[in-house]
Design a protein around this ligand. Structure first.
Ligand code: Z5A
Length: 211
């Protein structure tokens, strides 16, 4: 793959969307060819699956069906959008990727981690982010921000203990994959976080260009 693949992760309201847009603007200004996308979503089929997954009316979705729907959306996204964009040399910025399944369905829903790892491999065909920015803040602070936006989606309405397990899962991931996952304090101000991410991404892209 010629391009560079960067994902953003974190609990609800951690500031991913804010920061991914900042990084996109900074990279475009420097002349990079950037694709901003998200999971679940990014293609018409995957966006249709997203609508199904986030609709608060769909309370009957079982944990296993939820896992398979996220995997299906990802498989479509990888095939139709991510692989072609990376093959064309683009910098791909993705709001959530397979780490979300590892922690939301694995730690949050407490589904079998080995099964999740297998499904992640099938859906991604082995595609992994070159760098992942994990914005960390307390579950309460994140949900408070999400509430400030109005209507809560299906997952945001899950019990607090679910979100606490998700946060703990992310922190475990950051510790175990420190070479890929950069842990950033999500409670810092927007500009400081953007500066940390831009500095790291600039270095990453320079390394890739000279490799
Ligand atoms: N999910 C899953 O279970 N399994 C999977 O495999 C995948 C996803 C891929 C959709 O995600 C849901 O799908 C998500 C996980 C699950 N579950 N939930 N709930 P999403 O990414 O679309 O939705 P989200 O996680 O709820 O993100 P979000 O609510 O859109 O928040 P965000 O993008 O992290 O934050 P933001 O929109 O940038 O900021 C939120 C607010 O805080 C906003 O008003 C900002 O102006 C403010 N903000 C941002 N940064 C700051 C700082 N630094 N200080 C103060 N205020 C700030």
């Amino acid at each position: 793959m010629k391009g560079c693949f960067i994902s953003f992760e974190g609990v609800e309201g951690c500031g991913k969307t804010t920061q991914i847009e900042r990084l996109q603007s900074a990279l475009l200004e420097r002349g990079h060819d950037v694709l901003l996308t998200r999971e679940p979503g990014g293609t018409p089929v995957a966006e249709a699956i997203r609508a199904l997954l986030l609709d608060p009316e769909n309370k009957a979705i079982s944990n296993t069906a939820e896992l398979l729907l996220y995997a299906a959306a990802r498989a479509q996204h990888v095939d139709e959008l991510l692989r072609p964009a990376l093959a064309a040399g683009k910098v791909v910025l993705c709001d959530r990727f397979f780490d979300s399944t590892t922690v939301y369905q694995g730690d949050g829903r407490e589904l079998n981690p080995a099964l999740i790892a297998q499904l992640n491999t099938i859906a991604t065909q082995g595609l992994r982010p070159d760098r992942t920015y994990l914005l960390d803040l307390s579950v309460e602070a994140g949900l408070e921000r999400a509430r400030g936006r109005g209507r809560m989606d299906r997952l945001e309405q899950a019990p607090l203990a679910f979100h606490e397990r998700v946060r703990a899962g992310y922190l475990r991931l950051a510790a175990s994959e420190a070479d890929r996952v950069l842990l950033v304090d999500g409670l810092a101000d927007i500009e400081s976080i953007a500066a940390i991410i831009q500095r790291d991404a600039t270095q990453l892209l320079q390394e890739r260009m000279t490799a």
